[in-house]
Design a protein around this ligand. Structure first.
Ligand code: SAH
Length: 253
């Protein structure tokens, strides 16, 4: 396969998959999303590899680079931050590649919402608290269908991971409270999870805007809202001594 769309992971260069790293090492052309991908991943590139930063390119320009490279039999890696399937704008690239009859593969990556859980040392799915994770964003220049507004999604009181929205934090908080979250619901904001400069701010919906004021956090941050952050939950059934399952006979069996 000459074209690989690769998830770079959330920042730490060791959090790319082995497969992704091997493809970077073999690539003749790398096009990376410069606004978020850690440039130190480019150190895996071999000598003579052509490197393009897509931050300053349009979709036709990106496709043009890929089409020309493939025509010359070159291996191309299109490197996207986190996992390419989440706010990666890859669908339009894949559709263009199909139009040019270019085959491609997609290599998943560690999404930033999972690097955020790791930074917080937090499970998102606690029994009796929340068994659902909602991945979403506030409406910005990209429209969000109204049935998926933060206010509507808040009704579920699930764990919510809110991307691309920290610069609109007050609006996010207002919508979540209007949708039904209690003002005392815990919220955590993680900026640049897994990068050396990672920052974590914890507060409640009521206090977060004040709390974050002097922290210089305006982009590349994940907002997590959930009662799971309270650490008050039921123990999982999976490891309960009396609980039997396919791999273990419990004490009550
Ligand atoms: N495909 C990416 C998301 C791209 S959208 C993924 O799977 O993570 C860009 C948004 O992702 C940012 O606005 C921010 O909300 C989030 N993000 C990306 N990297 C992050 C990181 N290291 N820490 C926290 N949030 C991050």
């Amino acid at each position: 396969m000459l074209v690989s769309i690769v998830g770079a992971g959330p920042g730490d260069p060791e959090l790319i998959t082995v497969k992704g790293q091997n493809l970077l090492k073999r690539a003749d052309v790398i096009i990376y999303a410069g606004s978020l991908v850690n440039p130190s991943l480019l150190e895996f590139a071999k000598n003579g590899c052509a490197v393009y930063n897509s931050a300053s390119m349009t979709l036709p320009e990106v496709i043009d680079v890929i089409v020309k490279a493939v025509a010359e039999g070159k291996r191309v890696v299109r490197l996207h931050t986190g996992d390419p399937a989440i706010y990666g704008a890859i669908q339009e690239q894949m559709d263009e590649l199909k139009k040019h009859n270019i085959e491609y593969e997609v290599i998943p990556g560690v999404s930033s919402f999972l690097a955020t859980a790791a930074a917080l040392k937090q499970e998102y799915t606690l029994p009796g608290v929340s068994q659902t994770v909602i991945i979403t964003r506030n409406e910005g220049r990209t429209p969000v269908p109204s049935r998926e507004s933060l206010r509507a999604l808040a009704a579920h009181q699930s764990t919510m991971c809110i991307f691309l929205s920290v610069h609109m934090l007050q609006q996010v908080v207002d919508e979540l409270i209007a949708g039904g979250y209690d003002k005392t619901t815990p919220i955590a904001i993680v900026q640049k999870a897994s990068w050396p400069e990672q920052k974590i701010v914890r507060a409640t919906l009521e206090t977060i805007c004040e709390e974050i004021k002097d922290k210089d956090i305006s982009r590349t941050a994940m907002i997590v809202v959930s009662k799971v952050l309270d650490n008050d939950y039921e123990l999982s059934r999976l490891y309960a001594p009396e609980f039997s399952h396919g791999y273990r006979k419990g004490s009550e069996a």
